[in-house]
Design a protein around this ligand. Structure first.
Ligand code: AMP
Ligand code: MG
Length: 440
């Protein structure tokens, strides 16, 4: 235990969740990943609601169901350019015995929409795609299927009633629940809201997620490196993941291996953020002070260590209902555990009710011969090979290999004590939200 930890902290450490009470320095007992997620989700509640203009609605989460205030289409309408007629008038039409209909000139696009001018016997109205149909008309004949003779048309074949006829409300019926609370607003949702005349949209507030990187060796990307130092990349990866998940990252910067400074940063971020993610300093080494810093702030530890790799040291905690998720500083470990632990948490804070992770299976493109006594999440990319979903493994799989996370969209869940995996084996994967297009 670090000498800078006061006596009271030592006592707190002993009581902390998962620690064996007889040996302070022993590792806390790891929990199963699913248990950790469950504990986190208990605190992942929406952070608030508000209203937003439709132009800013894309990607936001609906905080209320949307019921259609009107029918779509709002009136019976024509699906094509042609003539609206009464099916009974053309029932006997043949080439030898054509039916002549008189064109009602006053019923055309623009003025037939008032619904007052009714089509009479043996009359036709010129209509275009999307224009309202006059009362009385129950069928539309295509422009090219009739012969126009001055103010008359000649019809040579019958059509059943309501062919080429779009009913009011056939797309979306007035009163129908058309969008559901907890859905992420996609481009089509935006269009539907506009079509229904809804310009102000009820949404959940976007959670603010603070990101703190810990380690004496870390340097901001725009500063000069001294020997032994490295750039802080986790802040950037995690902030980007947070943004991709739809939340607002607050990049709180780096803080050295000093318990008081870490504690101060956490206390500061607890004031402005809805959730905190830290990386680094969460193993049980002498310089891994994040746990102690949390305890000094009266934070409740939910779990510390997960029975998986990479990212075993992950810690989940809560203070005043706000989640704090602490991840290993190893870049691939931080990436993997962010996706497994923090994305479900962020989704919950955003008001999304379904899991952002899809669990499915895929066929291994490569062999993976290393075996492990621990559950292992390998990084990979999926692709289709003649209709079969396959997953290509990143070349190097060590927890500190940042390159293994590049365009990674699948975590391959390899159970503890698995035998070596041969190419062609079907494996369980966690599909991550796609990170877009890459070029091999
Ligand atoms: P730690 O979890 O603090 O033991 O760090 C594990 C490894 O990750 C060490 O090699 C650190 O230098 C590295 N590391 C920690 N934090 C970061 C960071 N923010 N960006 C890049 N590498 C980091
Ligand atoms: Mg460290």
């Amino acid at each position: 235990m670090n000498s800078s930890v006061p006596q009271s902290q030592e006592a707190a450490l002993k009581m902390g969740s998962g620690f064996r009470s007889d040996r302070d320095k022993s590792s806390p007992q790891p929990v199963q990943l699913e248990t950790a997620i469950e504990m986190i989700l208990q605190y992942a509640q929406p952070v608030g609601t508000g209203k937003i203009g439709i132009r800013s609605a894309l990607g936001r989460v609906l905080s209320e169901d949307i019921h259609a205030p009107v029918n779509l289409p709002p009136f019976n309408r024509s699906p094509l350019d042609g003539y609206a007629v009464r099916s009974e008038d053309i029932a006997g039409a043949t080439t030898d015995n054509p039916v002549l209909l008189e064109i009602r000139k006053e019923i055309t696009t623009g003025n037939c929409g008032n619904g007052k001018v009714e089509l009479g016997k043996n009359q036709a109205a010129i209509v275009m795609t999307g224009t309202p149909l006059p009362p009385g008309a129950d069928v539309v004949i295509k422009l090219e299927d009739v012969r126009r003779i001055e103010q008359k048309i000649e019809v040579v074949s019958p059509l059943p009633a309501y062919s080429n006829y779009c009913f009011a409300g056939e797309d979306i019926r007035q009163g129908e629940r058309v969008l559901s609370r907890g859905s992420v607003i996609d481009p089509s949702s935006v269009g539907i809201l506009a079509a229904l005349g809804i310009s102000v949209v009820p949404v959940y507030r976007r959670p603010r997620v603070a990101i703190i990187s810990n380690g004496d060796e870390l340097v901001e990307v725009d500063k000069q490196l001294k020997p032994g130092q490295i750039f802080d990349s986790n802040s950037y990866t995690i902030a980007s993941c947070v943004r991709q998940a739809g939340a607002r990252p607050i990049m709180a910067g780096t803080v050295g291996d000093n318990m008081e400074l870490i504690a101060r940063k956490i206390a500061e971020m607890l004031k402005s953020a809805d959730m905190i993610i830290t990386t680094g300093g969460v193993s049980v080494g002498d310089f891994d002070l994040v746990r102690n810093a949390l305890l000094s702030q009266g934070v409740k530890i939910l779990f510390h260590r997960i029975a998986m790799r990479p990212g075993t040291p992950a810690l989940g905690a809560v203070k005043n209902g706000k989640l704090i998720i602490c991840l290993s500083g190893n870049q691939a470990a931080a990436f993997v555990t962010f996706h497994l632990l923090a994305t479900p948490a962020i989704a919950g804070l955003m008001g999304i009710t379904r899991s952002p992770l899809t669990i499915t299976t895929a066929v291994l493109h490569d062999s993976y011969l290393k075996t492990s006594t621990q559950r292992n999440f390998l990084r990979g990319r999926t692709f289709f090979d003649e209709g079969v979903l396959k997953v290509k493994l990143a070349e190097k799989q060590d927890p500190g290999i940042i390159h293994s996370t590049l365009y990674c969209n699948a975590l391959i869940d390899v159970p503890a004590n698995s035998a070596a995996l041969q190419a062609g084996t079907r494996v369980k994967i966690f599909l991550l939200p796609s990170t877009g297009m890459w070029q091999n």
